[in-house]
Design a protein around this ligand. Structure first.
Ligand SMILES: [Zn+2]
Length: 150
């Protein structure tokens, strides 16, 4: 089976509909279809999928990552803590969960993985992300991620 490469997936030819879709499609795939198929394993699988993707982006500067978040509209990103061993990232208007009625658990494992992978590739370290607050999961104001830098 031939893998679908990143650059190939991002080649978009839709002369009439353009390169954007409604957020509903993303959320149905991300939150409903994937959990349906993967069950309790969905959080780990989506975290590692995000992390692998984040690494493969090949980013070298934190500014490039922020620009990417802006371009993909993952959310409004703030980084209130930035030290050698801990980075805290807050995502407002999270693509995955903002607006949902809280379900009682964090949801944004894909985003956490993506952030960990991208920051890890920038710092050339194996960075782990833990989601400590979640808008649609727990009713918090942001989806917050603690990145532990070894
Ligand atoms: Zn969230």
């Amino acid at each position: 089976m031939n893998p679908v490469e990143l650059h190939n997936a991002l080649q978009i030819h839709r002369p009439v509909l353009g390169d954007t879709v409604g957020l509903a499609l993303f959320r149905l795939v991300r939150l409903v279809a994937m959990e349906d198929i993967l069950g309790a394993g969905a959080s780990a699988v989506t975290y590692y999928a995000g992390k692998k993707l984040g690494r493969e982006l090949g980013l070298t500067k934190l500014d490039d990552f922020l620009a990417l978040c802006d371009q993909l509209k993952i959310g409004l990103i703030k980084i209130p803590t930035l030290t050698d061993h801990l980075i805290h990232v807050d995502v407002c208007e999270c693509v995955t969960c903002s607006g949902m009625t809280p379900v009682g658990r964090v949801l944004c494992h894909f985003e956490g993985g993506l952030i960990a992978g991208a920051v890890g590739s920038i710092l050339k370290k194996d960075v782990q992300a833990r989601e400590v607050s979640c808008i649609g999961g727990l009713g918090n104001a942001t989806c917050g991620f603690d990145l532990v830098i070894p």
